[in-house]
Design a protein around this ligand. Structure first.
Ligand SMILES: Nc1ncnc2c1ncn2[C@@H]1O[C@H](COP(=O)(O)OP(=O)(O)OP(=O)(O)O)[C@@H](O)[C@H]1O
Ligand SMILES: [Mg+2]
Length: 242
């Protein structure tokens, strides 16, 4: 379980998070929505210990993340995949080498074991056929799939997804959302998903929290938020929301 409790964080001259609390129970995809610049990515960075809160707590399975030393953070990050916007692949490495990176960095595995794991996750995301291609030669949707494969290759218990459908057309987006739901269901991965997209929230989310003024202005199950008259729910989930 990911627990964020009353977190405050000032960056530059802005108090970005002002008492943010949210819980992501095991096995759930929690969708974090909110306008641009409200601190969604900053929230994810607290969960993997890139940022430390000025006040408040961040815990993963009861472990205090801000108190972790370097080795403890490395261990946490082995258990936690991170899907960056647009996949964030390294252009001069092939898809399979990009996906293998976290295993080469973290795990002491034989190269045959690494190969096997890489091709297993590439198959899972439907990218096995493109293993030898380079990021500049593949489409945006394929880059995201490769990024997802890289996030999954260490067999994490948690994955943090930062805008997993940014820049993708609705058909490819739907495929990515289905994949995120499948990863939850078949690999028991717990997800924290940042998105602006109603389609993303409804197709792969279980709970939704909407950021406002540095804390959750609204939280509920997907069905509750879809049915809610709250202005934040209408803004993100109503007719006209994308
Ligand atoms: N390393 C940093 N140093 C200073 N300010 C930062 C840093 N990272 C983020 N910020 C500021 O924190 C605020 C929240 O940023 P964040 O990236 O979390 O927004 P976001 O909700 O993810 O927005 P978007 O939807 O556009 O991605 C912004 O005002 C941003 O400028
Ligand atoms: Mg962001």
């Amino acid at each position: 379980m990911i627990e964020i409790e009353n977190v405050h964080k000032r960056l530059g001259d802005r108090e970005v998070l002002r008492g943010l609390s949210l819980n992501v129970p095991k096995g759930v995809n929690f969708v974090l929505m909110g306008p641009s610049g409200t601190g969604k990515s900053v929230t994810l960075k607290h969960v993997i210990g890139i940022f430390r809160p000025d006040a408040g707590g961040v815990r993963v399975d009861g472990q205090d993340v801000p108190a972790m030393d370097r080795d403890e953070l490395m261990n946490l990050r082995k258990r936690m995949g991170y899907l960056f916007q647009n996949g964030a692949l390294i252009n001069w490495l092939t898809v399979e080498d990009n996906v293998a990176l976290p295993l080469r960095e973290h795990a002491k595995l034989a190269s045959s074991e690494i190969d096997e794991r890489v091709h297993q996750v590439l198959k899972l995301v439907g990218m096995d056929h493109a293993a030898k291609q380079s990021p500049p030669d593949i489409s945006g949707g394929m880059k995201l799939r490769a990024g997802l494969a890289r996030a999954l290759v260490t067999r994490p218990e948690y994955v943090l997804y930062d805008e997993p459908n940014a820049g993708l057309d609705p058909i490819i987006s739907t495929q990515i959302h289905e994949l995120i739901a499948e990863v939850r269901d078949t690999l028991s991965v717990t997800g924290l998903i940042v998105t602006h997209s109603r389609a993303c929230a409804t197709q792969c989310g279980d709970r939704i929290g909407i950021l406002e003024d540095g804390r959750l202005g609204l939280e509920g199950s997907v069905d509750e938020i879809v049915a809610s008259d709250h202005p934040l729910a209408r803004a993100f989930m109503g007719e006209g929301a994308d």
